[in-house]
Ligand binder design. Structure first.
Ligand code: NIG
Ligand code: FE
Length: 415
């Protein structure tokens, strides 16, 4: 048994609370054993039986569930800093893509990279995420767009899941765009996805979810319907990249298909929001993509008021969001999505867990949940997300083990 005590605020983030309520306990303590949370509450109620256990003094810091980044494109070859420069000179993301750049250029870099090169690069990002307090991520394929290269990305994820502490939940995104060699016969690519790749991914247990990018330059709704119908038949959970660059009815489509989540949604309409609210679809907001592409932020307030849950994630990828800094995305969600710090924290913990169908075991600090715990060098949720710093994380527990040693920050937060 290990006890964390002298916690200024413990955010328990119960899945059953409304999103604005992070279930905060002041002056708290927490006990964990055998990889699970055993007890949480005010420190003055800590049961006597825990008083002789190994304990850590949290020195009036904040303790939260290990953060969950529920939307990343972790594995990719190359970078696209040249496009960053082009966009700043006025070229549009869509035009760069139409001219052969964008996703297409990452596809060719990913196809030509070896599994070792891709693994080493993704491992470096995972180490950086863990330092920030992230303990679980969702990660998509989608830069292969052919059998071998899609499987190569999913294989990188399988390997890395076993090699380091951050848990990887895998999503097959073979429907990220139509690869060049199928431009004149796109139906054949949709057929390849539905009849070969999706059944293979599912049979070999290579992914838990299937995602599709619904967009003018990616897949139409009828195509996406075929793809997600095949995915559902194969037993995969469903996700949709919806209404990112324009409103194409992606939100209604995600609701109609019973997708667990719709992601991006920068251009979702009122009727799309209502359809998702009625279907219980989780909205996954990606504020770093809005920042980098200088497009509108998601209408999070309208979604919350309609009764939806809104997750906050990074979208880490080499094009629209070349950063895996989840706490930065969280501060941006406060400012630009007008979400309160508690709503945002809940969005990056239990709601993010819901977006990967894992809210029964991670994302909350309650007895019986996996002991994934992040210590933040700040006295409160408000103070943490308001006073943005490069890294405020001062310790991480994953499944009951310290994986980022609990240590004072080199420059501790001054009250
Ligand atoms: O989520 N929207 C489509 N896919 C990614 C961008 C991929 C890229 O630019 O490489 C996204 O933003
Ligand atoms: Fe994405």
């Amino acid at each position: 048994m290990t006890v964390l005590r002298n916690i200024a605020q413990l955010a328990t983030c119960p899945a059953t609370n409304p999103q604005q309520d992070a279930g905060i306990i002041e002056n708290a303590a927490l006990a964990f054993a055998n990889g699970e949370i055993a007890w949480v509450g005010p420190e003055n109620q800590l049961p006597k039986r825990h008083s002789g256990e190994e304990s850590f003094d949290c020195r009036q810091q904040l303790v939260i569930p290990g953060l969950i980044d529920c939307h990343t494109h972790l594995c990719f070859g190359g970078w696209r800093d040249d496009e960053f420069d082009l966009r700043l000179r006025g070229h549009r993301y869509e035009d760069i893509a139409a001219a052969g750049g964008g996703i297409r250029s990452t596809v060719s870099a990913t196809r030509s990279a070896t599994i070792q090169q891709l693994s080493r690069k993704a491992l470096q990002a995972l180490a950086g995420m863990l330092e920030l307090g992230v303990t679980t991520i969702e990660c998509k394929s989608g830069y292969g767009l052919e059998a071998d290269s899609e499987l190569k990305q999913l294989e990188v994820y399988r390997k890395l899941d076993a090699q380091q502490p951050v848990d990887l939940i895998r999503t097959f995104l073979g429907a990220h765009m139509v690869p060049d060699e199928f431009q004149n016969c796109r139906d054949d690519y949709v057929r390849l996805l539905c009849d070969t790749l999706i059944p293979m991914v599912s049979a070999q247990n290579l992914a838990e979810f299937c995602d599709v990018f619904v967009d003018e330059n990616a897949f139409s709704i009828p195509e996406a319907r075929q793809i997600l119908t095949a995915a559902k038949r194969a037993g995969l959970g469903l996700k949709v990249h919806a209404d990112q660059l324009s409103n194409g009815g992606g939100a209604q489509f995600a609701a109609e298909m019973g997708a667990i989540s719709a992601e991006h949604l920068e251009h979702a309409t009122e009727s799309g929001i209502q359809a998702m609210a009625d279907a219980g679809t989780v909205a996954v907001s990606l504020p770093l993509a809005s920042l980098y592409l200088r497009v509108p932020y998601i209408a999070a307030r309208d979604m919350l008021e309609a009764g939806m849950k809104v997750a906050v994630a990074t979208d880490f990828n080499p094009g629209s969001a070349p950063s895996y800094h989840l706490p930065l995305a969280m501060t941006l969600a406060c400012i630009n999505q007008q979400m309160t710090p508690q709503e945002v924290l809940v969005g990056a913990t239990t709601v993010a867990a819901r977006a990967i169908c894992a809210e029964q075991r991670i994302g909350s600090l309650l007895p019986g949940f996996t002991a994934d715990i992040t210590v933040i060098d700040s006295p409160s949720v408000n103070q943490w997300l308001y006073h943005f710093r490069a890294n405020a994380c001062s310790g991480v527990v994953k499944s009951g083990q310290w994986v980022k040693a609990f240590a004072p920050q080199t420059a501790p937060f001054l009250r």
